[in-house]
Design a protein around this ligand. Sequence first.
Ligand SMILES: Cc1ncc(C[n+]2csc(CCOP(=O)(O)OP(=O)(O)O)c2C)c(N)n1
Length: 579
Amino acid sequence: MKDMMLLSGNEAVARAAADAGATVGTGYPGTPSTETLEAFAREEGVYAEWCTNEKVALEVALGASAGGARTLCTMKHVGVNVAADPLFTAAYTGVGGGLVILAADDPGMHSSQNEQDSHWYAQAAHVLMLDPADSQEAHDLAREAFSLSERFDVPVMVRSTVRIAHTKTPVQVQDAAARPDARPYEKDASKWVMMPAFAKGRRVEQLSRVEEMRAWADSAEAPNRIILGDARIGVVCAGAAFQHVREALPDASILKLGVTCPLPAETVRSFADGVDELYVVEEASTYLADAVCAAGVQVSQPVNGLPKAGELSPNLIRHAFGRPVPEGSAPVEGLPARPPALCPGCPHRVVFKELSRQKAIICGDIGCYTLGALPPLSAMDACVDMGASVSMAHGFELALGADDGRPVVGVIGDSTFAHSGLSSLISTVYNAGAGTICILDNRTTAMTGRQGNPFNGQQIQGRAGVELDLERVVSAIGVEHVRTVDPNDVEAVRAAVREAVREKDRLDVLIFKSPCVLLERKVQRPYYVASCTGCGVCLTLGCPAIGKYPDTGLSYIDPQMCIGCGQCEQYCRFNAIVR
Ligand SMILES: Cc1ncc(C[n+]2csc(CCOP(=O)(O)OP(=O)(O)O)c2C)c(N)n1
């Protein structure tokens, strides 16, 4: 009996993995991939774990696969950068039990520091990539991916994008397959020990596997589809772009690819032969267009050109092809901007306020606290990738030298510190670096939805994990000046920051420890402004609960938003803020 379910692409991948008999799931959270492992963890009879980063997640997954288990590994596109090292060599070793990697891309950067196309990784690593265009396909392709992984002895990447990952569409789930027996592990150094002598052999095998995958990609078995329409316009597309093309160009002939790496070149060529002009529509990338050109097919450009960056939409495609764009579909102009902000009561706020008072050069990192970069806090000079706060701060120190008056500070969250900040800090200690590192330990991985991490010890399936002691970890790697401070206590934060930045020749680590307000949801009686002088200091905290009357310039506190944290009260020199 087949059930119909309404699933997001992420949930569909998880369900398919469990139904395909995957027993192990690993990952590191990141939008838009996060819910996949969370949904997998809720399946019966499976083991799932958050790892400290994507490299670790893929290595754990590869170990599980080598040991014979079908395994799912999830990450966002920038996570693939972190996992690239094992990925490239896993494409040599191949797999034991089927190994499927969900790579969720974020064209348009809804919640990412860049937009990348994971297709390039699949191509460079010589692994198979499947591209679902809705939840049903996410389910079907992910399920098939496990068999393909075993058939071609290669990790298979399933690539989704934010629209596929988060949109819920009906899915006909299949009966759970009888869970395949775990493949027996037998020692085979020529397959699993990638030293040059063995890797050379695997490289040759890898290249011949690519040819087999190429032949399969062009076969009738492959999940590619031709929708015949007007033969004057042929469009090659995949994933979310396919849905937009169908809506924007309902008359066009479409070659919808389900396998995008290796490119089904024969299929593309024969489709191209049947249409007058062939176009490639894809998001924020030229992967497909380049691959189609490399297959010897001439690609035409739509009359107005397609955007090179950002997410596509039906209207952008209509415009590109010179089709009328329906009236009233443009976004309304002139709406007030509502930039993201740290939550009312967020324990990160005071740290940024105090750092900006020190006129420090602040290397930020990726997490909720990246919002400290925005006005009115404006307390960040750089933010690049996870862990970079610590290593970039060291670099700033090297460039500025001891005579520069500006203190250099790195600011990093607890999850990000575990992800890659720790190895950066070890490097700074090793190289006798100085400066101040602030670890904002809000007891969770807040930005991506409050996942567990080594510093809160919470595991994804509720098992008892081991909670690492952050202060002891930092001390153990050789940092002599480590302190834990309550970030809600303005005086304590100010004193700690002042002392740390004053001591310019040494390395200080300040751990600001207080739970994310969304974890405990402790709402106390709100504050209100009793007798404002209009000095505006409370406004410099950037708390969404505090506003200013436009006519008088005096401050007010929105009682619906205030959670009674008391941070603003501590900054008000006129005792005007009271409970
Ligand atoms: C390589 C990489 N993996 C995952 C992400 C997604 N991501 C953004 S912030 C974040 C974690 C932030 O947690 P933490 O450092 O504890 O800060 P918080 O949000 O709790 O303040 C993650 C996983 C990313 N941006 N880059």
